[in-house]
Design a protein around this ligand. Structure first.
Ligand code: SF4
Length: 383
C-alpha cells in the first residue's frame, strides 16, 4: 500500500516535471493544476484555446503518455450499416437513401462471417430509422449473429436507434436496453451525440433525441452494464463554447457512471448534404488541420483522467492527420472497418478498409508501439 502511494507520488512528480519543463511558460500553472485534478472548467478550456497550439498539443501528449504509455492501439472490426432508409431529417446526413437498401438477416450474418474470417473481434452495426423496425427486429439481428459467432463482440445501435426502437415498440429505455443485452448486445456506439446543445440540435437535427434524452439512453446503458463510446461531430454551426461544454458533459457522465470506453472527435463532412451545401455557399468549407488537432488535444486535457482513450478517426481525418493526432493527445486509431458508407457518402475519401499491417506501420511511424485491442481496450495477441 505504502509502495503504491510512493510509486504514484513519483509518477505524479515525473508528470509535473515534464509539464513544467515543456509547457508551463505557455500554459498558466493554475490551469495545469485543475487539469491534473480532473476539474478543468469552461474558462480554462477557453484560455487553452488562446495558447500557442504547439504547447497545448504537447500538454495533451504528456497526459496521453501518463495514461497510455508508449502504446497506440487499433481494432480489427467490421462496420455493417444494415439499411439506409431513414425517417430522420438530419441536415448533415448524406447517408439516408443514398443507395436505398435494407439487408436481410442472412446478409448481416454473412457479413459477420466475413468479419470473423479476417480476424475481427467486433462488428459495429447501425442503420437508418424505420417505422416498421421494432425492438424485436433489432433483437433478431443480435440473436442471428450470436447464435453463429458467440465470441464476436457486437457493438451496435446508436442512442438514437435505441430511443427509436423504444418508441416504436412502446417500451421504456431501460427495458429496451435489457432486452438488447439479453440477446447479445455487448456495447454501443455513442453516436447521435453530434453537439450536445439543444440550440444546435434544433438547427441541424430537429427530430433527433434531445440532449437530455441522449444522456438518459447512455446513462441507462452504462447502469445496465452496456459500455458505450462517446463522440462529438464538430465543425459546423456550433460555437467554441458549445464544443467545450459538450466535452465537459461527457466528463460529467463519466464521473457518474464510468461507462465510456473512449471519446472520438468526428469532423463534420460538408459534402452531399444540405447543411454542408449551405455552409460552403457561405464560404465555410470544412475544419482545418489545426482545428482537428486542437479538439483531440482539448478532449485529452479536459477528459483527463476520467476518459482514458481518445481516438483519432482515420476515416474522417485521413491517415496522415490521424497519425499526427497521436502526437496531440490521441492514443487510438480506430478500426479496420472493411465497409464504411456513412462518411464516404458525405465526401470522406480515405477508403473503406485499412489492413492491420498498415495500422501498425502508421503507429510505428509515430514512434509508438502498435497494440491490437478489443472493443474494451484489452490487448489482443495479433496474428
Ligand atoms: S444521421 Fe442517422 S438518423 Fe439522421 S437522417 Fe441520417 S441516417 Fe437518419
Amino acid at each position: 500500500m505504502l509502495i503504491d502511494v510512493v510509486v504514484m507520488t513519483l509518477q505524479y512528480a515525473a508528470v509535473l516535471t515534464d509539464i513544467f519543463d515543456h509547457v508551463s511558460t505557455e500554459i498558466p500553472a493554475d490551469i495545469i493544476e485543475r487539469v491534473l485534478l480532473g476539474e478543468a472548467a469552461v474558462e480554462d478550456a477557453s484560455a487553452l484555446i488562446q495558447c500557442d497550439p504547439a504547447a497545448v498539443f504537447k500538454f495533451a501528449d504528456i497526459l496521453r503518455a501518463k495514461l497510455a504509455g508508449n502504446s497506440a492501439s487499433y481494432i480489427i472490426n467490421r462496420n455493417i450499416n444494415f439499411s439506409d432508409y431513414c425517417i430522420g431529417t438530419c441536415r448533415f446526413c448524406a447517408f439516408r437513401e443514398h443507395k436505398g437498401f435494407k439487408m436481410s438477416l442472412d446478409e448481416i450474418v454473412q457479413k459477420s462471417a466475413q468479419a470473423v474470417q479476417i480476424g475481427a473481434t467486433e462488428v459495429c452495426i447501425q442503420g437508418g430509422l424505420m417505422d416498421d423496425m421494432y425492438l424485436e427486429d433489432y433483437c433478431n439481428i443480435l440473436k442471428a449473429i450470436k447464435s453463429r459467432f458467440p465470441q464476436l463482440h457486437i457493438h451496435a445501435f446508436s442512442p438514437m436507434e435505441v430511443f427509436h426502437m423504444a418508441r416504436t415498440s412502446d417500451t421504456s429505455i431501460k427495458d429496451t436496453l435489457a432486452a438488447l443485452k439479453q440477446d447479445g448486445l455487448d456495447s454501443m456506439p455513442g453516436t447521435a451525440a453530434e453537439i450536445l446543445s439543444d440550440r444546435v440540435r434544433r438547427e441541424i437535427c430537429p427530430d433527433k433525441l434531445t440532449v437530455e434524452q441522449w444522456i438518459e439512453v447512455v446513462e441507462t446503458a452504462h447502469l445496465a452494464g452496456i459500455p458505450t463510446t462517446a463522440t462529438i461531430m464538430y465543425g459546423h454551426i456550433e460555437t467554441t463554447d458549445e464544443r467545450i461544454r459538450h466535452i465537459l458533459t461527457i466528463r460529467d457522465i463519466q464521473r457518474r457512471t464510468g461507462g465510456f470506453t473512449e471519446f472520438v472527435p468526428l469532423p463534420f463532412m460538408p459534402y452531399n448534404n444540405p447543411l454542408g451545401e449551405q455552409l460552403m455557399a457561405e464560404g465555410y468549407y470544412a475544419t482545418t488541420g489545426v482545428d482537428d488537432l486542437m479538439i483531440h488535444a482539448l478532449a485529452r486535457i479536459l477528459l483527463y483522467p476520467h476518459v482514458r482513450n481518445i481516438q483519432a478517426s482515420w476515416v474522417k481525418l485521413g491517415k496522415k492527420m490521424a497519425q499526427y493526432a497521436l502526437l496531440c493527445g490521441a492514443n487510438d486509431m480506430g478500426g479496420t472497418l472493411m465497409e464504411e458508407s456513412i462518411s464516404r457518402s458525405a465526401g470522406a475519401l480515405n477508403g473503406e478498409y485499412m489492413p492491420p499491417e498498415e495500422f501498425r506501420w502508421i503507429i510505428r511511424g509515430a514512434g509508438r508501439d502498435a497494440v491490437q485491442r478489443d472493443t474494451l481496450y484489452r490487448p489482443v495477441a495479433s496474428k
